[in-house]
Write a protein that binds this ligand. Structure first.
Ligand code: RB5
Length: 151
């Protein structure tokens, strides 16, 4: 079954989010867009929080979050329990975010990479699988940190 995709952006990521929304919809993905919904200046933590909560509360949800650099979205999304947000910028980081880190959110900098590069990174992420084994142990250690430090 295809994952449900949660999209989020600030104003800087808005246009790329819209392009990716159309592209993923054409591929048959179910999409939930939590905003923003225009190029008017807004604050990325507001949308990172909304999107990350949606991802964390779903069984088979993945998030694609966009801002100028991807960095702010990534920092904010990782504050939500259960979120493993990764900043990706090409095919190899897209693939590794899934295979090694079992990321459930990927963040992309709309001012950093082109639309074509973003599509390649997302395609690589969606078409890779978590490799488990030693990576399972490492991801479990991340979850153990979360258990110790988050409410
Ligand atoms: C907005 O100007 C910019 O700071 C934001 O999109 C993002 O890059 C933050 O990390």
């Amino acid at each position: 079954m295809k994952e449900k995709i949660i999209l989020a952006s600030d104003h800087a990521g808005f246009e790329l989010k819209e392009v990716i929304k159309k592209w993923l919809t054409e591929q048959g993905y179910k999409i939930k867009d939590v905003g923003c919904f225009s190029k008017e200046s807004c604050d990325y933590p507001d949308y990172a929080e909304k999107g990350a909560i949606e991802v964390a509360n779903g069984k088979n949800n993945l998030g694609f979050f966009f801002c100028g650099t991807g960095i702010g979205m990534c920092i904010a999304a990782n504050k939500i329990k259960g979120i493993r947000a990764a900043l990706i910028h090409n095919e190899s980081t897209g693939k590794a975010a899934r295979e090694h880190n079992n990321a459930n959110v990927v963040c992309i900098g709309a001012r950093i990479i082109s639309i074509e590069e973003a599509k390649k990174a997302i395609y690589a992420f969606l078409n890779s699988k978590f490799l488990g084994e030693r990576h399972e142990r490492r991801v479990a250690k991340i979850e153990a940190i979360e258990e110790k430090t988050m409410l």
